[in-house]
Design a protein around this ligand. Structure first.
Ligand code: SAM
Length: 254
């Protein structure tokens, strides 16, 4: 057989593509992203007749056969279509305080691998990065990171990076969620695992992670009044990016 690399067994089938639903029509699909086309044709040297796997970002996974492959047009004949069952109907929204530099990239990549559905970059009192505005370019970049992490982790659902929200505004959106957790290093009564266990039926979960400077005491009080559960992630003071990843790992293990 083929020489395996990564976590899979075969080169072609390991490399998943993303084709948004508007480029899938009946049994025809077209790779619209020029970078993806170039990758398929020039790097992987896929030819007509080769089988490829692609996802639509809405939870469908497809297998198809390449009908035409040149850098301008890659056309695929759809062979099979199946629902990605791993998603299980639970939607986790991660609201991480905006971090400096590439730390936010890391959070979005790892959070995608861990199965989140939405990211809401959050502005809090002690958020240093993005205190002014977050550029469209940066939001775009985060969405693209989610896209490649989706393919890499073999998910069929694309996490959406939503517009930046202030802590106060996010609080007003709580009714959209079944339960909300806020990771707070000074919480001594409740940890995330035991608290989440009481909400095993919840389908829409919101998770708030503070910036390097932590949440302001006022924000903690405000959040609690609004019904958010403050939870500990253990005795160590984790960096903000680590806290996002740890909290999600604990949540998905339930
Ligand atoms: N307030 C602290 C300070 O400035 O010394 C630490 C903030 S911590 C570096 C960044 C964020 O990670 C926190 O706002 C919290 O959301 C989360 N976090 C880190 N360690 C945690 C823990 N042990 N339990 C719960 N949340 C934690």
């Amino acid at each position: 057989g083929m020489v395996g690399w990564g976590c899979g067994t075969g080169k072609i089938m390991d490399n998943w593509y993303y084709i948004p639903p508007e480029h899938i029509e009946g049994d025809r699909a077209y790779i619209s992203d020029p970078n993806e086309r170039r990758h398929l044709v020039r790097v992987l040297r896929n030819k007509p007749g080769d089988v490829i796997v692609f996802v639509d970002g809405d939870g469908w996974k497809y297998e198809g056969i390449i009908a035409r492959s040149d850098p301008e047009v890659v056309e695929i004949t759809v062979e099979t279509r199946s629902r990605d069952e791993a998603e299980g109907g639970v939607e986790i929204t991660l609201a991480p305080a905006i971090l400096k530099g590439s730390r936010m990239d890391t959070v979005i990549e790892k959070a995608t691998e861990l199965g989140i559905s939405f990211v809401i970059p959050m502005r809090t009192k002690h958020t240093v990065a993005g205190q002014g505005s977050v550029s469209a370019h940066r939001l775009d970049r985060w969405q693209r990171i989610a896209q490649s992490a989706m393919k890499q982790s073999h998910r069929a659902r694309l996490p959406r990076v939503l517009p930046v929200l202030d802590f106060e505004i996010l609080i007003e959106k709580l009714p959209e969620y079944d339960v909300a957790f806020l990771a707070w290093e000074d919480e001594s009564q409740a940890n995330l695992v035991s608290t989440a266990a009481r909400y095993s039926d919840a389908k829409r979960l919101l998770l708030l992670i503070g910036p390097e400077g932590g949440f302001d005491r006022q924000e903690i009080e405000r959040g609690r009044q609004a019904g958010i559960h403050t939870v500990s992630l253990g005795p160590r003071r984790l960096r903000s990016d680590t806290a996002s990843i740890v909290a999600l790992a604990l949540l998905v293990s339930r």
